[in-house]
Design a binder for this molecule. Structure first.
Ligand code: NAD
Length: 487
């Protein structure tokens, strides 16, 4: 324990950066606050351009060794990290809940096991990564995935360790070294990951973590000429700044951004299932990029849908995310709550009706909200709120449903509730979305391509797509002639 160690719900967390296998402190700190009750968790090292540059230098120095490490050995270390995550699920879960306010039970049972799975999945995928050789006029083509170099990974606060490791794991598997910049509202579990990775035997400098504000150190990371990949999950305005910054070196980017995804409910749907799917969109207090926040219901069932939805929403338990009985915890930060409330106030002023909620609760909680009487071109229908706020609109034809669904600048996901397979196929084909769920929601497989269209992102990650991004692909063409083989 040092003066730089915090005890968070009984767990020791180092507040410094992790650079080149060492803990480095900054002169300045920033304050980390728990959304559960607004209490101060502690002071965290506030990175400067100097620490950003040091982290990239450490990643650059470690790159040749890690890139040359055989695939099987890289995979072994990733599995050892997964083992370390599994051993510390309880610690990771309570620290994450304290830091970002999401449910302890889902961190325990869903999120942290998935963090371990991120490492195991990409370790195993690496070992099977290949494209069969093929021939061109007697010449052999061989495709290889070469490690690209130091990779900067920048992540948000809504699912901190899950979203960080969904990038860290494939980047490391690919043979790249990493500089991770976690969100400043949720710095803690990344620091625990550094401990776990070191214990698992990941060589110094292969994973580096710089804490701090993106506005202060983002540019130093994303415009650095030694950085060969940038993967970012976060908001559209930040993505535009990063894209401009990366342009200086033409650094390849993967961008996973916001959404305003639709849930289309057709009259032929199992209405109870559709209501369940709709209420699920309040999960994580609506702080889910994939959330289907625009409910589009066929006119003939809209009244009945709304009645059942209102009934079901009334049973949602909002409260302390550490309680087993809680369904929805707090929103991340006072600033986020003000933003959410601003969206709702302006919508109500513009004539929307709050069928459910429509106001702030006590402390850092926002009442689950459903707004009707909203115009398609209104702010509340077009802009991402990132809180527990849904809108409901109606349609009369399939044509209109598809038009409304596609009519935003986003294209992250879409969910359909329908009992008609032909309709599902027809509608799915016409939706602009990186992921479409039919009669389900949030079923995610790491081998599937993941990402968004339009302003929801650039590129896809997942399975081989992750390796395509984190690697420099090479095709080697070998002639049958010119050999001096003996015998
Ligand atoms: P944000 O863009 O404000 O911040 C994300 C990260 O970027 C943070 O680590 C922040 O410090 C950093 N950052 C800020 N300015 C930077 C700069 N100039 N250069 C480099 N980095 C900078 O987003 P947020 O509010 O933390 O996250 C919410 C957003 O993330 C929502 O729009 C949500 O939809 C999106 N999101 C998308 C996905 C997805 O997979 N598509 C998943 C989760 C969240």
């Amino acid at each position: 324990m040092t003066e730089h160690t915090l005890t968070v719900a009984g767990v020791a967390v180092d507040t410094r950066h992790w650079i080149g296998g060492e803990r480095i402190a900054s002169a300045e700190t920033f304050t980390d606050v728990s959304p559960i009750d607004g209490s101060v968790i502690g002071e965290i090292s506030r990175g400067t351009e100097a620490e950003a540059a040091a982290a990239v230098a450490a990643a650059k120095a470690a790159f040749p060794g890690w890139a040359a490490t055989p695939r099987a050995e890289r995979a072994r270390v990733l599995h050892a990290i997964a083992d370390g995550v599994e051993k510390r699920i309880e610690d990771l879960a309570i620290v994450e809940t304290t830091d970002n306010g999401a449910l302890l039970r889902s961190h325990r049972r869903g999120v942290m096991p998935r963090v371990a799975h991120n490492f195991r999945f990409f370790a195993d995928w690496l070992l099977n990564l290949e494209h069969g050789d093929f021939e061109t006029r007697g010449h052999t083509n061989h495709v290889s995935w070469d490690p690209a170099g130091p990779s900067v990974l920048i992540t948000p606060w809504n699912a901190p360790l899950m979203l960080s490791t969904w990038k860290v794991a494939p980047a490391l598997a690919a043979g790249n070294t990493v500089v991770l910049k976690p969100a400043e509202w949720t710095p803690l579990t990344a620091s625990l990951l550094a401990d776990i990775a070191a214990e698992a035997g990941l060589p110094a400098g292969v994973l580096n973590i710089v804490q701090g504000y993106g506005s202060e150190i983002g540019d130093a990371l994303t415009s650095h000429p030694d950085v060969r990949r940038i993967s970012f999950t976060g908001s559209v305005p930040t993505a535009k700044r990063i894209t401009a910054s990366a342009a200086a070196n033409l650094t390849p980017l993967s961008l996973e951004l916001g959404g305003k995804s639709p849930l289309l409910v057709f009259a032929d749907a199992d209405l109870d299932l559709a209501v369940d799917l709709a209420v699920e969109q309040y999960d994580n207090a609506g702080q889910v990029c994939l959330a289907a926040t625009r409910i589009l219901v066929e006119e003939s069932v809209a009244e009945e849908f709304t009645r059942r939805f209102t009934e079901k929403a009334a049973t949602i338990v909002q409260g302390d995310p550490r309680d087993e009985a809680t369904d929805i915890g707090p929103n991340i930060h006072e600033r986020q709550l003000e933003k959410i409330d601003g969206f709702v106030r302006r919508a109500l002023d513009a004539g929307a009706r709050a069928v459910v909620g429509g106001r702030r609760g006590e402390g850092q909680y926002y009442a689950p909200t459903l707004l009707t009487d909203v115009a398609q071109d209104s702010e509340i229908v077009q802009e991402e709120v990132f809180g527990p706020v849904l809108t409901l609109q109606t349609f009369t034809t399939e044509e209109e449903a598809v038009r409304l669904a596609n009519d935003t600048r986003f294209g992250l996901a879409a969910t359909l509730a329908t009992g008609d397979r032909d309709r599902a196929a027809r509608v799915t084909e016409r939706l602009v979305a990186g992921t479409v769920w039919v009669n389900c929601f949030f079923v995610r497989d790491l081998q599937a391509p993941f990402g968004g269209s339009r302003h929801s992102g650039v590129g896809r990650e997942g399975g081989t797509w992750s390796f395509d991004f984190y690697c420099d692909l090479k095709n080697t063409v070998t002639a049958p002639k010119g050999w001096k083989d003996h015998g």
